[in-house]
Design a protein around this ligand. Structure first.
Ligand code: MOS
Length: 728
């Protein structure tokens, strides 16, 4: 079973449309809820008059902040109101919830709710939020949500003695998750007096915890069930619509349905953090990187979300997968009146790597060295010390991954690219490496629990029932967990039944996030299978519940960064070829090699699918997805203005799987689903430079920005750097 490309059992239904996503669960007779958004970034709510709306025939209720028993939620810190009390902090804040017989009546009634606002000053970006005279987004606290430092060695002394010191500034943008199924759900009371919420998310038991707290009900009285999930990518880590529909059903004691339009989803749920990054790096003539000083400032938006964790990840990855003797990193994330920023595939690592990997290539060019040679000189080795002062977890394979990437690129890009001087289309190639944690970091409790019940005959196990509460967000987790059970019990896949989608029927396996479910959930399933089989063989009841706990991590010291942040890392290296139209600045990624150490591929086709899907989002992050928020107003709430890459924008992808078994993962598997996003933007930037001589330092690399960089380069007359990797 391990390594087999077992076909996805849900694929056919998804392709034909038979699969039931949350909005397919609506039935006649349900009430419909509509949220009223503030659509302004910062204001005091002076008054809300819902009398006219309430009088409308077919309106069940207009709910406000007073209807929410405990009006706060949040994954790390409960600082976000479900419905605003007296203050609006971003355009997607919800003021009221209208519940009516039909969606049309709900919408009409919503337009009758008269809300009077007094607009307040807007904190429009993170740098503004840091100014001493900036208004406070939250009256009772500073705009600095977290300032995490990492200190190692003496950067100032290293800068004085280095052969080359380079400075640069980078910026990255917001990114919208753009999952296929916008936020939707139903909620109702069942015959046992439990409130049932059927929706899509990434962590059944955490959704239950937060919503039960908001409704002040015991967790056992709330059941969270997931329908099919049309992608998540971190975008369903924070609660968006689900607590609203739960509140309506709880309050009205009736079944309620709710769905957001694409525009509502884009305005109403969090985004990837935009970053401003200032870098000063230094190296010796032989290519040894001796110092890295980095300041990263992230826009956290109006509420805490997972900002603190994303920021800490970006801070530890500010030096990429390199051991550098002298490091000074300042990671800062601020509250602003923008859409909250939170989890998105890569969780801070793609932003940090864009700067770090660009600096490595620029240092190589400044020294006249091969960028591959400079990487080989500095890449992490087994036993190396992280910038946080402790040894890396075992299984450091980035050198092997990088070597494999170079080897593949030699056969894929066999001859130096020749750019005819008359053609406006210039080709170039670039490389970059990456590191990203698998699983929760910084001491956050990390566990997964699974129950396995065996159906046994007199001599053999006939079938197995595996209970594990885990979201299949489209990545194929459920199939992988079944494959692991089938292998452990030596059963046909068809004999393994998985119960995964209800908080009352399956134990807590943690979230489908941080590339963790194959390792954590898979290990819990494997250990539970082994224990159930052992019990059967010794004549006991052939069933077991096992909680797997990963090796311990620790919080970072806030001033020095000292600590053990992670128990497992994934490693990736990429080589890309781009074509740049120097008349328009349009960049096309032609080919991409993506090499991953996945420990052990449980399902090879799914691993390749994750690499390809991740690269699609990396193309958007790097080139096309330009999310614009001006003075707190979202100007790109449609896919006509926010441009996702399509099939025609995709490069030819060469996924390469390397397998160095992880010491903890089931059958050696380690996580990989986020990795392809980590080095991609830096590889493309290097390739664009190779093609044009111009460095682009801002993401996304829109044609305007690329053209601007080419013109600056031409005006300043700097020679196009010619040091391609492995070309001399
Ligand atoms: Mo994720 S960004 O770990 O859901």
């Amino acid at each position: 079973m391990i390594g087999a490309s077992a076909p996805r059992p849900d694929a056919l239904d998804k392709v034909t449309g038979a699969a039931r996503y949350p909005a397919d669960l609506f039935t006649p007779g349900m009430l419909h809820a509509k949220a009223i958004f503030a659509h302004r970034a910062s204001a005091r709510i002076v008054s809300i008059d819902a009398a006219a709306a309430q009088r409308m025939p077919g309106v069940g209720a207009v709910l406000g902040a007073n209807d929410v028993p405990y009006n706060r939620f949040g994954l790390i810190e409960a600082d976000q109101p479900l419905l605003c009390e007296d203050r609006v902090r971003f355009a997607g804040d919800r003021i009221a919830l209208v519940v009516a017989d039909t969606p049309e009546i709900a919408a009409a009634a919503a337009s009758l709710v008269a809300i009077e606002y007094e607009d307040l000053p807007v904190v429009a970006d993170a740098l503004e939020a840091l100014r001493p005279d900036a208004p406070r987004v939250h009256e009772d606290r500073s705009n600095v949500l977290l300032h995490q430092k990492v200190r190692k060695g003496d950067v100032a002394a290293a800068f004085r003695s280095a052969d080359v010191v380079l400075d640069a500034e980078f910026s990255t943008g917001w990114q919208e998750h753009a999952y296929l199924q916008p936020d939707a759900g139903i909620a109702y009371w069942d015959d046992d007096g439990r409130l049932v919420l059927e929706t899509a998310g990434q962590w059944l038991h955490e959704d239950r915890r937060q919503i039960a707290a908001m409704l002040r009900m015991p967790e056992e009285r709330l059941v969270v069930r997931y329908a099919k999930i049309g992608g998540a990518f971190g975008g369903r880590e924070d609660l968006s619509l689900p607590p609203l529909v739960a509140l309506a059903a709880w309050r009205l004691k009736a079944p309620v349905a709710m769905r957001w339009s694409r525009e509502e989803s884009i305005v109403g749920h969090h985004k990837r953090h935009p970053f401003r990054i200032t870098s000063r790096w230094a190296a010796m003539r032989d290519g040894t990187i001796v110092a890295a000083q980095t300041r990263l400032v992230a826009d956290g938006g109006a509420y805490a979300s997972t900002s603190a964790e994303v920021l800490k990840c970006a801070t530890i990855f500010a030096t990429g997968p390199y051991e550098i003797a002298n490091v000074a990193t300042d990671g800062i994330v601020c509250y602003t009146n923008n859409v909250p920023s939170g989890a998105f595939r890569g969780f801070g690592a793609p932003q940090a790597h864009f700067a770090a990997e660009s600096m490595v290539t620029r240092l190589a060019h400044a020294l006249g060295l091969d960028p591959a040679e400079v990487r080989r000189k500095n890449l992490y080795r087994e036993g190396d010390i992280e910038s946080t002062g402790r040894p890396l977890p075992a299984g450091v394979s980035v050198r092997e991954v990088f070597a494999r990437c170079l080897e593949e690129s030699r056969s894929l890009f066999p001859v130096p690219l020749r750019n005819g001087s008359l053609s406006p289309l210039r080709r170039g190639i670039g490389i970059a490496c990456g590191i990203k944690n698998v699983g929760y970091s910084f001491g956050f409790p990390e566990q997964a629990t699974a129950t396995v019940e065996l159906d046994v005959g007199s001599v053999a196990i006939r079938s197995a029932r595996v209970r594990i509460g885990t979201a299949d967000v489209g990545q194929g987790a459920h199939l992988v967990l079944r494959q692991i059970a089938a292998e452990a019990l030596d059963l046909d896949l068809e004999r393994v039944y998985a119960i995964t989608d209800a908080s009352d029927e399956a134990p807590n396996a943690g979230s489908a996030s941080a590339s963790r479910m194959t390792l954590m959930g898979g290990r819990a399933v494997k250990d539970a299978c082994d224990e159930a089989r052992r019990r059967w063989l010794s004549g006991e009841t052939p069933a077991a519940t096992v909680q797997y706990r990963a090796p311990r991590t620790t919080a970072l010291d806030i001033e020095t960064g000292d600590g053990t942040p992670n128990y497992c890392y994934g490693y990736v290296a990429q080589a890309v070829e781009v074509e740049v139209d120097v008349r328009t600045g349009l960049v096309r990624v032609v080919r991409a090699i993506s090499v991953h150490d996945v420990g052990r591929a449980i399902n090879k086709q799914q691993v390749e699918g994750q690499i390809e899907g991740c690269i699609a989002q990396a193309v958007g992050f790097t080139l096309t997805e330009n999310f614009i928020c001006k003075e707190g107003k979202i100007l790109t709430p449609y896919f006509s203005t926010y441009l996702l890459p399509t099939a025609l924008d995709m490069p030819e992808i060469h996924p390469v799987i390397v397998e160095n078994p992880d010491p903890n993962g089931p059958y050696g598997a380690r996580g990989m689903a986020e990795m392809a996003l980590v080095p991609f933007a830096a590889a493309v930037a290097a390739a664009v430079h190779d093609a044009t001589g111009a460095w682009v330092s801002d993401l996304p690399m829109t044609p305007e920005r690329v053209l601007g960089a080419i013109r600056t380069q031409q005006r300043e007359g700097r020679p196009a750097a010619t040091t391609q990797f492995e070309r001399g």
